[in-house]
Design a protein around this ligand. Structure first.
Ligand code: E4P
Length: 217
């Protein structure tokens, strides 16, 4: 499974990109606000750090405007993917953009029916929002399982991008469900490295190494 970072903060991306851990990046207007930077500046820097797909989202509501925004975003860098919301107008924009060879990520997907339509429209990626469904007492992961099964049944080429990830467990479950990608906030990626037993094991090995050295020199 590929790992994307769900952030617009270049410093956080750089740290993990240097390790080759970042296959792509997703942003949205909330994440741009959090970065404190102008959207274009943030995206240009991110696109240099990560060669993989970088999702960029606008706020237009009409297909024509979304497509125009998308063309503008796509002109910024070769790896820009245009994020459009899961609406009828959004899917019209997906069709217009894909005709021009521009990749799209259909976002704010909360049902399998929506994901089916996004794939039929020719979306490159579809983003089911797990955490937001869990927040309201629905099982986000079940949605990922359903989308993966539907896409497999019909050979849709759209990649399933598990989004609104809140924990390492979400990432593991999305991988088991067959999601192509998880987009992960940096703090969740950081947690994925860690386990208390790993730290305790390192500490014990160091103590024993020093004890052995004292005894045998
Ligand atoms: C995905 O592309 C979105 O940017 C993101 O995963 C939304 O997550 P949130 O529910 O934590 O805002």
């Amino acid at each position: 499974m590929k790992i994307f970072l769900d952030t617009a903060e270049a410093d956080k991306i750089r740290r993990f990109a240097e390790m080759g851990m970042v296959d792509g990046v997703t942003t949205n207007p909330t994440l741009i606000l959090k970065s404190g930077r102008k959207q274009k500046d943030a995206i240009l820097e991110i696109c240099k750090l990560v060669p993989g797909p970088v999702s960029v989202e606008g706020v237009s509501e009409k297909a024509k405007d979304m497509a125009a925004d998308g063309e503008e975003f796509a002109s910024w860098a070769a790896n820009v993917v245009v994020k459009v919301p899961m609406t009828e107008e959004g899917l019209r924009a997906v069709r217009m953009l894909s005709k021009k060879g521009i990749k799209t990520n259909v976002t704010l997907v909360f049902s399998a029916a929506q994901a089916l339509l996004a794939a039929k429209a020719g979306a490159t990626f579809v983003s089911p929002f797990l955490g937001r469904l869990d927040d309201v007492g629905e099982e986000g992961m079940e949605l990922v399982r359903q989308i993966v099964a539907i896409y497999r049944n019909y050979g849709f080429k759209t990649s399933v991008l598990a989004a609104s990830i809140r924990s390492p467990l979400h990432v593991v479950q999305a991988a088991l469900a067959g999601a192509d990608i998880s987009t992960v906030p940096p703090d969740v990626l950081e947690k994925m490295f860690r386990h208390g037993f790993t730290d305790a094991g390192i500490k014990k090995f160091l103590e024993d190494y020093n004890s052995a050295k004292k005894k045998t020199g």
